[in-house]
Design a binder for this molecule. Structure first.
Ligand code: FNR
Length: 438
């Protein structure tokens, strides 16, 4: 479009995208004396979310592995790069849409899978799913979700949904989750590789608090026919053993009732929930997960496969040799290995090894729209937003998630506008350089 044509088209010039729209709406509300419920910068967002959370919820959601060095590395990696905007480019609109793994995105953003979200708000998965539907940003349902994936899917409308899987020690359960993902119309399955066991998480350990042990975040399991079968078998076995209870065992139980009356009563009153929790803890993830397991995926599902948690270039190569559709470069938000490589640094190494062709997503450390821009410039095709959307949930439920998403998209749009990138494909390494003042 020539300069003359742009001047002749005031309607197009007036609507310049989500960034400007969001600013205008916030400033208009400000004139009426209303301030945003959800803070628009990450530090204030984090403080507000903390104030709205219990100690256990905050430890689990905000906490990281060990000394928290991976979380810090994730952020410092972003500080090591600066954006170099270009001027007088003459563009008034941007196109933020893109396609990854056959999923059309309105912006290069997906909501990361987060387990035990109910710590931050009841029916967390449903609220996040509704926010995803309202903003058109896909949501990846966690295998440790607090609502069955069928219910979350119903809340998504036409917005794409992906399903995340932890590889269980029970192969029939893996098949069952894959089958359910297909049945709800998921566009892809994301297999998370980095959590075959839980990392050392002092914040949780110091409180002796694990949500799953209290039955939080196991809805994907308790709603699963195969999982229920396993629980039923366990209960049957336990009852059989009960029948053979000797006087000595009765004595032990009576002793327990004196020492731990709560636990004793729980056992008597509700064997099924307790058996579900125990079963979950036993089988939710397979520490022996190998490339041989992953090689079976192609024959087990017709969904595109995404591997999440890759940090080494050789693992990235191996994933694509296996024929997966995409990988997510991620260190699980710094929750697994302390002092692990920052995901942004890993992305740079991985792109150097595999080139620009294969689809690579990134998460861990994305806090703002400017971060999304940096990640895209350094080779990500799209990013996953983790804790920030959980913080929105803690502050204002579904609306809080929506606002966080709108803010990140708005800032990405403004960064593109101010830097001279018209489309997602145009954002590349020409817009960034190492930070000379770092
Ligand atoms: C997660 N993450 C995660 N990942 C996954 O594959 N399945 C899961 O169930 C969970 N659960 C989970 C719970 C909570 C509370 C957090 C904070 C994270 C990891 C998540 O998908 C993503 O990789 C990180 O959150 C990205 O890092 P940032 O953006 O939070 O720094």
């Amino acid at each position: 479009m020539t300069i003359e044509q742009e001047h002749a088209a005031p309607a197009a010039a007036a609507t310049t995208g989500p960034g400007r729209d969001r600013q205008t709406s916030i400033y208009r509300q400000g004139v009426l004396g209303r301030r945003p419920v959800v803070p628009t910068d990450f530090a204030t967002l984090e403080r507000a979310a903390r104030a709205a959370s219990s100690a256990e919820a905050w430890a689990y959601v905000a906490g990281g592995a060990g000394e928290g060095r991976t979380m810090r590395n994730n952020r410092r990696a972003f500080d090591r790069w600066v954006t170099v905007p270009r001027m007088a480019h003459g563009h008034t609109t941007r196109d933020l849409s893109t396609t990854v793994v056959n999923t059309r995105l309105t912006s290069p953003l997906l909501l990361a899978p987060v387990g035990a979200g109910a710590l931050m708000g009841a029916d967390s998965d449903l609220q996040i799913a509704r926010a995803a539907a309202a903003t058109g940003v896909p949501y990846i349902f966690s295998n440790q979700g607090c609502n069955p994936m069928e219910d979350s899917a119903a809340a998504m409308g036409a917005t794409p949904k992906w399903v995340q899987l932890y590889w269980s020690t029970d192969e029939a359960l893996v098949d069952s989750i894959l089958h359910r993902a297909e049945a709800i119309g998921a566009e892809a399955v994301v297999v998370t590789l980095d959590t075959t066991i839980l990392g050392w998480r002092p914040q949780d350990l110091n409180l002796g608090s694990l949500p799953f042990a209290k039955g939080l975040g196991i809805a994907q399991y308790t709603s699963d026919p195969r999982f229920r079968e396993i629980v039923a078998e366990r209960i049957k076995r336990a009852v059989k053993q009960d029948v053979e209870v000797t006087l000595g065992a009765v004595r032990t139980l009576l002793q327990m009732s004196r020492n731990h009356p709560g636990r004793f009563l729980d056992n008597l009153r509700s064997p099924e929930p307790r058996a579900s929790v125990e079963t979950f803890l036993d089988i939710y993830s397979n520490p022996g997960l190998s490339w041989d397991h992953l090689a079976t995926l192609r024959d087990r599902t017709r969904l595109p496969v995404v591997l999440k948690g890759i940090l080494h270039p050789d693992d990235a190569r191996r994933a694509f040799d296996l024929g997966v559709d995409a990988i997510v470069v991620s260190n699980h938000g710094g929750r697994q290995v302390d002092n692990a490589v920052a995901s942004l640094d890993a992305l740079i190494d991985i792109r150097a090894a595999i080139g620009r062709g294969p689809t690579v997503l990134l998460d861990s450390g994305i806090r703002t729209g400017a971060d999304v821009f940096t990640a895209l410039a350094l080779g990500a095709d799209a990013v996953l937003l983790g804790r920030p959307h959980m913080y929105g949930l803690a502050i204002a439920g579904q609306r809080g998630v929506e606002e966080v998403v709108r803010n990140v998209v708005a800032e990405l749009d403004l960064t593109m506008a101010l830097s001279g990138a018209r489309s997602i494909a145009e954002i590349d390494e020409r817009f960034v350089r190492p930070n000379p003042s770092f």
